[in-house]
Ligand binder design. Structure first.
Ligand code: DQQ
Length: 605
């Protein structure tokens, strides 16, 4: 297959200019120091960033918000994850990157890092940058498909010389190189142009393609028509020549542009992930759309018939307010891939800043990737579950465990003995006193609004109880991640909130409170909460991954060793902590590379 496709390639992607030499925007930052060192050593064919990054953490006052185990470039702007895949045992992450500044720029490039464990990452030169008429104004998002011979192919959106969004193909120049450092763009590009009547600025982000039993490839591309969000379906016999199906695979009125669409199968009877080209019994399919208007990653579960190419959605709808979301905080432009080495489906997403653009320019960088999550269908079949990949536990350092403990009304319990600014914490609560639960106001069913109105300080009966993370000693600053339980007709509604309103004394940041209902029965199950805390990001997982909320915060007092962690209960009813484990997290090696004279890249994990 790959040979046939390769026949049509003549354009070799050239080395980019200025990727590492881009002018730092904040001369005094430790990031700038790192880059200077990097540039100097690069001239000698050998560079090793580890020492300088450690120095960066120690002299954190200039950069208190850089993370220690989340994926981020050394500097500048990053947004969507692109084409995540595993190839010859190496994980690849490409990402939208602006080599020039800490702000987005349309002529964005595909930066590239690889890993053996999805935690420690080695930086490579960008894989693609604008170079041809079909992408001269930008190499935008796209996905990888593993072809039948095992080689990958990338479909991505190019912004063409006439400023249209078109779909292009690239394949590795040398598929025996597990690091896939060089990519060749197809001479046939563009392979797909905006359909008639579609705004040429609203046709982008091809997903991973799938191969039907009829030997035909299918792929979906996000679009919009008069505020109706939709996914176009295209078919191809050879991965090069594509034709649009008459009907979109799915569309929903009033949802606006669908970016970074994803389409994949999930198993109804096991937690293992499935290859994107898997069909048959005990399989449902998921369509995910990143809603441009709200910046929500919404999904719908349904059944897909590969013979008729019909997707029939089940309960609910992709929707700006009520749609199911991967994450109810900051988590956008996500993409999944099938990790064939471990039979799991892994989810990546961009987590942007909550600071102002001016602050991003000052600090010299913007954007993180969430910790990769395993994703599977809940046993109810009605929603997806997510959990940080198990490899993140390799970063666990010192652990503290608290014995079971009753939290009386108004109590605050400090968890000491770990690095609270860089931690993983799991807590579980048993709740009683359900007869005291407040009744859910039927006019107030938007969980985010409910969380913002009540925050963490309004006392309820069952809750708020949970964690205060990235908290200062005097509690002038904290981010509260917690539950409240309400009586809702003949059952109980569990609300999970992440309240950033007190996260920083700096008033310039976006401190929106986030919320979600968690589909769990608190009468018969303990309520668990896990938070991954990493200086300026808090990723929280309620009830084993039924509801996830990611927040960005910028404390001014709760920095590094001045940071505290508490469990709390401000409800009138007692709750019992049934288990609490917390770990200091070690620093991951992210985007540091060791390069030898022969320019052979060594993995430094
Ligand atoms: N980001 C890319 C687009 C995509 C958007 C451009 C989503 O391809 O639609 O950087 O964040």
């Amino acid at each position: 297959m790959i040979n046939n496709i390769l026949k049509s390639f003549v354009l070799v992607i050239k080395k980019p200019i200025g990727f590492f030499n881009a002018k730092p925007t904040m001369a005094s930052s430790c990031v700038s120091v790192v880059l200077l060192l990097f540039t100097l050593l690069l001239g000698h064919g050998l560079f090793q960033l580890e020492a300088s990054k450690n120095a960066c953490r120690n002299t954190h006052t200039a950069q208190p918000y850089r993370t220690s185990y989340h994926f981020q470039p050394a500097m500048n702007w990053m947004n969507d994850p692109n084409a995540p895949m595993i190839y010859k045992g190496i994980y690849h992450l490409f990402y939208q990157y602006n080599p020039q500044a800490a702000v987005w720029n349309a002529s964005i490039v595909w930066a590239h890092s690889t890993s053996t464990d999805l935690i420690n990452w080695t930086l490579h030169d960008p894989a693609m940058y604008p170079s041809e008429a079909s992408d001269i104004n930008g190499c935008w998002s796209g996905s990888a498909t593993i072809l039948p011979g095992g080689e990958p192919a990338i479909l991505y959106t190019g912004i063409s010389s006439n400023n249209k969004q078109v779909q292009n193909l690239a394949v590795p120049k040398n598929s025996s190189d597990p690091y896939l450092t060089e990519w060749v763009k197809s001479a046939e590009n563009p392979l797909m142009e905006p359909p008639e009547n579609i705004d040429p600025n609203s046709f982008r982000d091809p997903a991973t393609a799938w191969l039907g039993p009829d030997g035909t490839w299918r792929v979906v591309i996000g679009s919009e028509f008069h505020d109706k969000g939709l996914v176009f379906l295209y078919r191809s016999k050879d991965f090069v020549h594509w034709s649009k199906a008459e009907q979109p695979l799915h569309s929903v009125e009033g949802t606006g542009m669908w970016e970074c669409v994803d389409f994949f199968p999930v198993s109804t009877d096991s937690l293992t992930g499935l290859d994107t080209s898997k069909f048959g019994p005990n399989i449902k399919h998921v369509i995910k759309a990143s809603l441009f208007d709200t910046k929500f990653d919404c999904y719908i579960i349904g059944t897909y018939d590969v013979n008729t190419d019909k997707f029939i959605p089940e309960e609910g709808s992709i929707d700006k307010v009520t749609g199911l979301r991967y994450d109810y905080g900051k988590f956008y432009a996500s993409k999944t891939f099938f990790d064939s080495a471990n039979n799991r489906r892994i989810l990546w997403a961009w987590v942007n800043e909550s600071s102002s653009e001016a602050d991003d320019i000052k600090k010299g960088w913007s954007g993180l990737q969430a910790i990769p999550r395993s994703l599977w269908l809940d046993k109810s079949g009605k929603q997806l579950m997510q959990w940080p990949i198990v490899e993140v536990e390799r970063l666990h350092g010192h652990q503290v465990e608290l014995p079971s403990k009753l939290l009386e009304e108004g109590s605050l319990l400090e968890v000491t003995g770990i690095t609270a600014a860089q931690a993983d914490v799991e807590i579980s609560f048993a709740v009683t006193g359900f007869e005291k639960a407040e009744v859910l106001d039927s006019s107030l069913t938007n969980p985010q609004l409910l969380c913002s109105q009540l925050g963490s300080s309004v006392k309820g009966a069952l809750g708020p109880f949970g964690l205060l993370v990235l908290a200062s000693n005097d509690l002038k600053e904290y981010t509260a991640v917690f539950f409240r339980i309400f009586k809702d007709q003949d059952k109980y509604a569990v609300l999970m909130c992440s309240d950033q309103s007190r996260s920083s004394l700096d008033t310039a940041n976006d401190k929106t409170t986030y919320g979600a209902f968690v589909e769990v029965d608190p009468v018969h199950e303990n309520l668990s909460l896990r938070s991954l805390i990493d200086h300026s990001i808090v990723e929280s997982f309620g009830a084993g991954g039924k509801a996830c909320i990611t927040a960005r915060v910028y404390p001014t007092l709760a920095i590094d060793e001045e940071t505290h962690l508490y469990a709390f209960n401000y409800g009138t009813e007692k709750v019992k902590i049934t288990s609490l484990s917390a770990w200091s997290m070690k620093e991951a090696r992210i985007n540091k590379i060791i390069q030898q004279e022969d320019h052979h890249i060594l993995m430094d994990s």
